[in-house]
Structures are given as structure tokens and as C-alpha cells.
Design a protein around this ligand. Structure first.
Ligand code: ZN
Length: 221
């Protein structure tokens, strides 16, 4: 980070955007491939009605899925959930074993459809773009603060150190933080609404409704 700010010179903002893109890509790629397997055991969903039905769902929505995995979420928490990871022919549907145990097939399919809705609406991509914008703004503000002795003086600090620059950056950033968090929350809520509407479009209203009630009861504890 600091090296980029020193080395980039006038190309600072494009360099920072590049750095943010690489960071976000790494996080998005590493979480499912490296981080999650550290905490959970992945296994293939056994052949059967549920597996066939999920592949049928993927075909119906036109979102290709190559694998369906089950992870042992029950060991860690009672959160029953599912997610979709990867893209194109690497796309995987991942189900927590707790979701399978405590839900009917219709309810599981509604949850899977909701997750496919996130894919259909490019929520992961949109999220990544937003994070890049956010990180770039933060880095740009930080680069404005770094080695700006006048800024430190304006805060009444007359010796410069990395920590003091960080502190002055955080003070300047503070007013951006609250609207940023608010905006984030709004985006997340809207994405969930869109994914629910997607599942409703594919006739999963009933499964979604009854499934959500079970999820809510489980996650409350
Ligand atoms: Zn969702």
C-alpha cells in the first residue's frame, strides 16, 4: 500500500483502483477456495431427488451449476443457509447440512432459487465494484494525508509518524463513514428483496415464506 503511494506518483488513483481490484478479487477467490475449507468439510450432495431438483432449478433459471456441495455447518453454528460460489462452469451451490435437515425440499429449492437470484442480478459483481470504489476513496484520502505535514499541524501535531498520519486520516474519514454504512445497508436490503422477488417469480413464494420462518426461528438463538 505505502509502496504504491510512493512509487505511483501522478498515476496514483489508477494504481489505487488496480490495487483495490486485486484485493477484492483475492478476497472473493480465497474465501471459498482457501478460507472456508479450513473451517468446514465439503462433501458432494448424494444423488437423489433433491440433487435432481436443484439441477432442474438451475436449468429453469438458465444459470449453469456444475456441482452441489454440502458443508457441515451444524458443527459451528445453528445457522441454516446456502450460498452460490464460483462462476460459469465452475459455479457451485453450497448447502449447509442444517438447511437440509430442517427444511422440506420445496423450502430448500426456494432458498437455492433465492441464491440463484443473487447470481442473476449480479449482486456479487455489483458488491465487488462498490467495494473497489469504497477502497479507492479510502486510499485516495489516506494518500492525501500521508506526508502532509500541514495537515498534522492543523490538528496541532508537530511530529510526524505513520501512526499520526493514520490518525489524521481516520479523523477526516469519519464523516464519510456513517453515510457509507447506511448506503451499504440499503444496498444489502435491496439485493435481498430482489433475490426474494426472483424466487417468487419462479413459483417459490410458499417455500420461501415457510422456509424463512424456520430460518428465523433457528437463527434467533
Ligand atoms: Zn440473500
Amino acid at each position: 500500500m505505502l509502496w504504491i503511494i510512493h512509487a505511483a506518483g501522478p498515476a496514483l488513483i489508477p494504481s489505487l483502483i488496480g490495487f483495490s481490484v486485486v484485493m477484492i478479487l483475492l478476497v472473493n477467490l480465497l474465501i471459498p477456495v482457501v478460507i472456508l475449507p479450513l473451517f468446514f468439510t465439503f462433501s458432494d450432495l448424494e444423488d437423489g431427488e433433491l440433487k435432481t431438483a436443484i439441477f432442474a432449478e438451475s436449468e429453469k433459471t438458465g444459470i449453469p451449476v456444475s456441482q452441489i456441495k454440502v458443508i457441515d455447518g451444524s458443527k459451528r453454528s445453528s445457522h441454516s443457509n446456502a450460498f452460490v460460489t464460483g462462476f460459469g462452469s465452475f459455479r457451485k451451490v453450497v448447502l449447509f447440512d442444517t438447511l437440509i435437515k430442517s427444511h422440506t425440499q420445496d423450502q430448500i429449492l426456494a432458498v437455492v432459487n433465492h441464491e440463484l437470484g443473487h447470481v442473476a442480478h449480479y449482486h456479487i459483481l455489483k458488491n465487488a465494484v462498490m467495494s473497489v470504489v469504497h477502497l479507492t476513496i479510502m486510499f485516495a484520502l489516506f494518500s492525501l494525508c500521508l506526508n502532509n505535514k500541514e495537515l498534522l499541524l492543523s490538528f496541532g501535531i508537530n511530529h510526524s509518524s505513520a501512526f499520526m498520519y493514520l490518525l489524521s486520516f481516520m479523523t477526516i474519514y469519519e464523516p464519510f463513514n456513517f453515510p457509507m454504512q447506511f448506503f451499504n445497508m440499503y444496498i444489502i436490503r435491496r439485493a435481498e428483496y430482489e433475490a426474494d422477488a426472483y424466487a417468487v417469480k419462479y413459483n417459490h413464494a410458499q417455500g420461501l415464506k415457510s422456509g424463512l420462518i424456520i430460518l428465523f426461528k433457528h437463527n434467533k438463538g
